[in-house]
Design a binder for this molecule. Structure first.
Ligand code: NAP
Length: 303
């Protein structure tokens, strides 16, 4: 199937383009971006022009940051094309509800992707936890914003989500593997004095689960979750790619390169099957953290 990619920036070039090039399902037929290009692919700078010039492209994948994404997403669906969204799927929950309703009315697929759910050991972790009682859980998600989002000022603007941009990846795994849904109980959010989004957050959930998100970690990066249950201990490390049971490595490696190929394979299945997938559970927890969170002011942040 032909597909167009919109927002040719860091994640489009790091992950989407290689995943599409390696896929038997997809033919990258056009890009839309004001500055970004992919060699050998027809380039547009505006979505409306691409949609009217290329009626032969039935699927559009959006890699824009969340705040400018809604108008492009709405244009895609109104043009009767299938839509794939980078995480988080919108700037607000209402936006994504509106898009899901529009997709249904138009009879097209919407896929709100959560790339971390495609990490190698997530399915095995869910299977292992099934039927067990969780006594406590600890999520540590600490990464270096300068490495993963160099110069991306949008991430610290209102709606950019700050540390919840990576933190929502942890929550996408959490909401996929737990036998029973969690709810947020309280949160502490650290906002740099010169920014509108948090650079660190500590969250407390039901079921004795806590999370520690930090965007200031230099050196080795940490994407771990650990659970103590009535039947032993389980840890998911490397962003869901490596599974340990009672301290023993049982599955997976430290490689994240399978996530985006799996997302595009899933999109192909959804389109072929006439189905949609727009689970908002991770985003609900983030919205609740902003609703309930205590706000602390910390040192200015500069890229
Ligand atoms: P990015 O490079 O800053 O943005 C992607 C592209 O979107 C930009 O190159 C720009 O293209 C366009 N864009 C940026 N701001 C815009 C605006 N205000 N209006 C219209 N277009 C705008 O961001 P990214 O790191 O690729 O992240 C994009 C999405 O992918 C985010 O939702 C993020 O959470 C997700 N993601 C990122 C990573 C990562 O490691 N960076 C990993 C997984 C998921 P033009 O200027 O050419 O139009």
């Amino acid at each position: 199937m032909k597909i167009a990619l919109v927002g040719i920036g860091k994640i489009a070039l790091d992950q989407h383009v290689p995943a599409l090039e390696a896929s038997p399902d997809w033919d990258l037929a056009a890009t839309v971006s004001r500055h970004g290009r992919v060699e050998g692919v027809e380039a547009f700078t505006d979505i409306a022009t691409m949609l009217s010039a290329r009626p032969d492209i039935p699927v559009v994948s959006l890699c824009l940051p969340p705040v400018p994404r809604f108008d492009a997403a709405q244009a895609v669906l109104r043009a009767g094309r299938h839509l794939m969204l980078e995480k988080p799927p919108g700037a607000t929950l209402a936006e994504v509800h509106a898009l899901a309703g529009l997709a249904q009315a138009q009879g097209v697929t919407i896929h709100a992707t959560w790339h971390s759910r495609m990490a190698e050991a997530v399915g095995a972790a869910r299977d292992w936890l099934a039927g067990k009682t969780i006594h406590e859980g600890r999520i540590i998600w600490r990464e270096d914003v300068r490495k993963w989002h160099p110069g991306q000022d949008w991430i610290f603007k209102a709606g950019g989500m700050g540390v919840f941009d990576p933190g929502i990846n942890a929550l996408s795994i959490l909401t996929a593997i737990l036998p029973d849904p969690v709810r947020l109980l309280s949160a502490d959010l650290d906002f740099p004095a010169n920014r509108q989004a948090p650079i660190a957050a500590r969250l407390q959930f039901s079921q004795g689960i806590e999370a520690d998100f930090d965007f200031r970690q230099e050196g080795p990066q940490t994407w771990d979750m650990e659970f103590r249950t009535d039947a032993g201990a389980m840890a998911l490390r490397m962003g869901g790619n490596r599974l340990e049971i009672d301290g023993r490595h049982v599955q997976g490696a430290d490689d994240i390169m399978g996530e985006y190929p799996a997302l595009y394979a899933r999109m192909a299945d959804l389109v072929r099957g006439g189905q949609s997938d727009a689970d908002l559970a991770p985003m609900v927890l983030v919205a609740d953290a902003f609703t309930l969170g205590r706000r602390n002011t910390v040192a200015d942040f500069h890229f």
